[in-house]
Ligand binder design. Structure first.
Ligand code: NDP
Length: 430
């Protein structure tokens, strides 16, 4: 039913991320950090030079055209485009379920093809075929062309964000409620276009998992091959990170339908923030531990291995069970008979089970897993621990954003819920 007050172009009156300066800062810092990890963690060391000389040297080089020219690598750009095209072809030709998304402001729902998991399996099969035909050599391409691959994916993010921003000016396009301030930079960054599509191809959901997360896994595999090519074996630490991250990606692909209820899809527009996060940042920084281990092998032994496995299992258990409790509940099922609170909005809120422990138990599980991904790299460098720090900040910020969004959705009921479930993420602490 079309709601009478529906306006596709609702104006946005408040900024997030500190407004335009914050948008500019993040848009610059994300590439800077990604290249910093690439240049700053190599055969010379990790960091490759002490921070002072590294920064002054880097700043000097950044004032020359040659520096930017060297970021471009035609072979890597072709390989990246081929990868992206492969993902699109898999989306188009592989079978998949068509699911309805959330109810939009105009009362309508969009349909989404769910076949990321099939794409993942097809990609793994294709990698197997490459190995069978050509051996391990092609897997060394990623390390040798790392900078070029980063640049290609960064450009892809800029192009897509700009295209979606431009398309948002087509009359009657549904805009995101948070992305229509009128400030070009901010709206481009945060996402003005709520559901950019080319026909039935939904750009936002497509990018959410497939090209970025599967490529992250491929890069991990390439880093294991790199380690093998250097020392003739794969260390236990490398195996752990590979397994943990593979489980995470496998899980995301398998549960792709779950993204349809996530904030990124239901509320945020598709702008540079999501594009660069999905295609560039996650892909080239989340696997930094494997890049490090490829160059600096660590042997953990059974004691450390068991402790780290236990940490990951604990995190994964909390993450998976809490997400399942909410997804089931939102899909009208309550197999554990969990208690819930009725709300005026009509969608009820769980108050027992994991969602009675804190307001984001799924973030807690995710963060515990983040520790398990970093610990196998040992204590010789702080750089590989960037992930646990960055992810903690991201989740705390996301929790506050979601709290604000829920306050807007549920009003007084949300205050009541917050009194029942006091902790934001970590019970007893935060
Ligand atoms: P969540 O899955 O946490 O969903 C938040 C929504 O859940 C709220 O807006 C509300 O929506 C609903 N909700 C809140 N409280 C309750 C309750 N008590 N009972 C029922 N429903 C409730 O959102 P995210 O998209 O932030 O996270 C999804 C997953 O993705 C998480 O596991 C997170 O860890 C992971 N993630 C991973 C990232 C990465 O980079 N690796 C980045 C971000 C997230 P409503 O009431 O409208 O249904």
């Amino acid at each position: 039913m079309v709601q009478p007050a529906y306006d596709p172009e609702t104006k946005t009156h408040h900024y997030e991320f500190l407004g335009p300066p914050g948008a500019l800062g993040i848009s610059v810092l994300v590439p800077v950090f990604t290249y910093f990890f690439a240049f700053g963690c190599d055969e010379r060391g990790c960091p490759s030079l002490p921070l002072g000389p590294f920064l002054s040297n880097g700043l000097k080089q950044m004032q020359t055209w040659q520096f930017y020219a060297d970021l471009w690598d035609t072979k890597a750009a072709i390989a990246y485009l081929a990868w992206y095209a492969w993902c699109v072809v898999c989306w188009a030709v592989l079978p998949g379920q068509w699911l309805e998304g959330t109810t939009l402001r105009n009362g309508e729902k969009l349909w989404y093809k769910i076949n990321a998991f099939q794409t993942f399996i097809a990609t793994m099969a294709a990698l197997g075929a490459v190995y069978f035909l050509y051996g391990l050599q092609p897997f060394l391409f990623a390390y040798d062309h790392w900078i070029g691959l980063c640049t290609a994916s960064l450009l892809m993010s800029v192009v897509q964000a700009t295209y979606c921003y431009a398309m948002s000016f087509i009359p009657n396009t549904m805009l995101s409620t948070g992305g229509n301030t009128g400030n070009v930079l901010y709206d481009w960054f945060i996402g003005r276009n709520l559901n950019p599509r080319i026909g039935i191809f939904d750009i936002k959901t497509f990018n959410e998992l497939r090209p970025g997360l599967i490529l992250w896994m491929i890069l991990d595999i390439c880093m294991a091959v790199k380690q093998y090519s250097r020392i003739g074996r794969i260390t236990d630490s490398m195996i752990l990170v590979q397994i943990f991250q593979a489980i995470y990606v496998f899980d995301a692909m398998y549960n792709e339908a779950g993204i349809l209820t996530q904030m990124d899809i239901t509320t945020d527009g598709f702008g540079f923030m999501l594009a660069v996060g999905d295609l560039f940042w996650v892909t080239f920084t989340y696997g930094l531990q494997t890049r490090y281990l490829a160059l600096y092998p660590v042997d953990l032994g059974w004691l450390w291995t068991s402790a780290i496995v236990a940490t990951n299992c604990l995190g994964y258990y909390i993450f998976r069970v809490s997400n399942a409790e909410k997804n089931d509940f939102r899909n009208g099922k309550n197999p554990k008979n969990l208690q819930y609170m009725k709300t005026e909005r009509g969608t009820n809120l769980l108050t027992s089970g994991w969602w009675g422990v804190s307001r984001h138990p799924n973030y807690l599980g995710d963060w515990i897993m983040a520790w398990a991904w970093c610990l196998p790299t040992g204590w010789n460098t702080p750089i590989t621990y960037y992930y646990v720090i960055y992810f903690g900040i991201l989740l705390a910020h996301r929790q506050n954003r979601d709290d604000e969004a829920c306050k807007a959705k549920y009003g007084k009921d949300w205050d009541k819920y917050c009194k029942i479930v006091k902790w934001k993420i970590i019970p007893g602490l935060y």
